[in-house]
Ligand binder design. Structure first.
Ligand code: DX5
Ligand code: ZN
Length: 203
C-alpha cells in the first residue's frame, strides 16, 4: 500500500511539505475545499499553486469543490499525479474527467461517506483512481468508518483504490485491498515514525 500524506491540518504547510520531501511518503495529498461543496474553505488557488511547487513528491489533489475547472486550469502544468473530483457535484463529470486526461494527468473520482457506490460505476472505464471517503468530506481528524471497506470490493482492479480519512495505526489493520491510503492528522503527529508504521502495518 502506498501512503499519501494530507497536509490539511498542518499549521505550517510549507514547512511540513519540506519535511515530507525527505520522508517515505509516496504522495502529498492536497485537500481543496470551496466552502460550498463542503462548508470548510481551504486553499485559495494561489496557495495551492505555491505549495505544489514546494513538493518534490508525487502530488495527489483532492478537489472538494462544486466547480473544479478553475483549479484544474491553474495546476495542469505543475507536477500533479492525480486530480480527483467528487461524483456528487452537479456538473458534467465526464467532460471534467476528459479535461484532466487531456492534460496528461491521471483522473480520480471521489465518493463521500454516505454516497451509494453505484454512482461511480458509469465512470469506471474512464477513471484511473477511485477515492473512497472513510469520513465525511470536509475536515481532517475525524474517526475512520469501517463500513466503507465494502465499497472497495465494488471497484475493479484496473482502477486504483484510495481510501481517505481517519486512518491511523489502528484503522490500517482493517484495510486489506486499498492501493493508496490517505492519512493526515495521524502522520502529522510524528511524520517519519508514523509513515513507517502505516507502511509496515500490512506487510
Ligand atoms: C477530509 C479530507 C482528508 C483528510 C485526511 O475531507 O479529504 O484527506 O484531510 O486527514 P485525516 O487523516 O486527518 O482524516
Ligand atoms: Zn482528501
Amino acid at each position: 500500500m502506498e501512503i499519501s500524506t494530507s497536509i490539511l491540518n498542518a499549521s505550517n504547510r510549507r514547512e511540513v511539505i519540506l519535511k515530507l520531501n525527505e520522508s517515505l511518503t509516496d504522495y502529498i495529498h492536497f485537500d481543496v475545499m470551496d466552502g460550498e461543496f463542503v462548508e470548510n474553505t481551504q486553499f485559495q488557488v494561489e496557495e495551492l499553486v505555491e505549495l505544489l511547487k514546494v513538493s518534490n513528491k508525487k502530488n495527489d489533489v483532492h478537489l472538494m469543490v462544486k466547480k473544479p475547472l478553475k483549479y484544474i486550469e491553474a495546476i495542469k502544468d505543475l507536477n500533479v499525479e492525480y486530480i480527483t473530483i467528487h461524483v456528487e457535484i452537479n456538473e458534467n463529470i465526464s467532460e471534467i474527467l476528459d479535461f484532466i486526461k487531456d492534460n496528461n494527468i491521471k483522473c480520480g473520482l471521489a465518493i463521500d461517506l454516505d454516497t451509494d457506490i453505484n454512482l461511480i460505476k458509469p465512470y469506471l472505464d474512464k477513471i484511473d483512481l477511485a477515492l473512497i471517503m472513510s469520513v465525511k468530506a470536509g475536515y481532517g481528524g475525524q474517526e475512520f468508518e469501517p463500513k466503507v471497506l465494502a465499497k472497495l470490493n465494488e471497484i475493479p482492479n484496473n482502477v486504483k483504490k484510495e481510501l481517505d480519512g481517519g486512518i491511523d495505526n489502528k484503522a490500517i489493520s482493517l484495510i486489506k485491498s486499498a492501493d493508496i491510503v490517505v492519512s493526515g492528522v495521524y502522520i502529522l503527529k510524528n511524520i517519519d515514525k508514523n509513515i513507517l508504521e502505516l507502511k509496515n502495518a500490512n506487510n
